[in-house]
Write a protein that binds this ligand. Sequence first.
Ligand SMILES: [Zn+2]
Ligand SMILES: [Zn+2]
Length: 435
Amino acid sequence: MYNPTRTTSYPSDPVNNGLRYHFLGGGEEVGNIGCVIEDKTGTKLLFDYGLSPSKPPKYPAAAPKVSDTIVTHAHIDHIGMVPWLNSSFNTKLHATGFTADISKLMWNDCYKVSKIEGYPLAWDKINAEESQSAWNRHEYNSINELNDWSWCLRRAGHIPGAAMIDIQTPEKKVLITGDFDTRNSRLVEGATPQKCDVLFMEGTYGGKDHPNRQEEEKRFLRSVEKVVENKGTVLIPSFAMGRSQDILMILQDSDFDLNIHYDGMGKTITKTMLEHPEMILNPSALKLAFGNSKKVSSKSDRKKALEADVIVTTSGMLEGGPAIWYLNRLRMDRRNSVFITGYQAEGTGGRMLLEKSRLPIYGNITQIDLETKRFDFSTHAGHKELVDFAKKTQAENVILYHTDNQTARPQLSKSLEDLGINVHSPMNRKSYIIE
Ligand SMILES: [Zn+2]
Ligand SMILES: [Zn+2]
């Protein structure tokens, strides 16, 4: 468990040569990211500081004192521990305007969930509020200085506001992908490779390729239409940030005039996205899809939604939220279906439903006899995209992080080594030097 009084694993000795990096978390797993990079000029930067919303949550090691932190995007595994930083060190925070604007909502939700689940959090509500004023908002591609380094944010695909960090030190060009995808999604434009010497690349989908997105969307729509034809309702548990908006936009392409109800935190997030049209690939398509959905905002709305063709709602991994309320009612009628559209972490209700056709509903393990289908709408680069991207950056050194150390990373590492790239597979809480 995280203990803010514990001294950091980060070394206190100065860097004599090269670039030193040190993962506080996320070096050998997906989630709870935090990494410090430093060179001999003494310039030091932390990128991302998040927690994994597992049960119990997983935290990165305590960060050392840093003056500046760049947050790649607003997913909780990248941003969830930031209020602690600000309360401990008064750290300056850097991100895109959208990430900064949405952070309040993400932190509030994180705080609320920790209270409901009864897990301790290393920061308090006041720290989250104070962190709001620590944001420095940056446009993509606009150059900033940090002591002897200059840096800018680049489009990362993935979700609105997501950024790669492009850094020029006196000796090296460094690119940090954050979570990224080179393919366009409905919501965002894909990332473009940037030339660099050192590449920090996420490897969530190492060893796995995605199906063709257009075909997957067609398969999804035909499956929805089949359920609706048989007078059933499709429950689509979706992540509030990114996936639920993608799903709403895909549903617009149906040949049917679908009655779509939209529930959960995604509604507020969508409104914030629409305030940042520069972050969205096709703002008018999002506006149309959002406008065509019936927003659920009361108990009676929720009851009405049970008659809908489609319900798009949180939580995306069937860990509480309105999705569980709906499922508990929809499970009584076998004409209804559950479509899973996102990654289901181990130990979550969604994973259990896929593997065992049952899941906890209000504390009781409950058999679900509904058709359950799974679709791949991931906005992380797949194996092929990862290898292709690394190749195009021409990086000599590639550090693979945000990846499963047992399965994904060894496969990705092999593909990159075959190209003659120097691949690093870091462990957490250890320092490495790139000469
Ligand atoms: Zn992410
Ligand atoms: Zn992530």
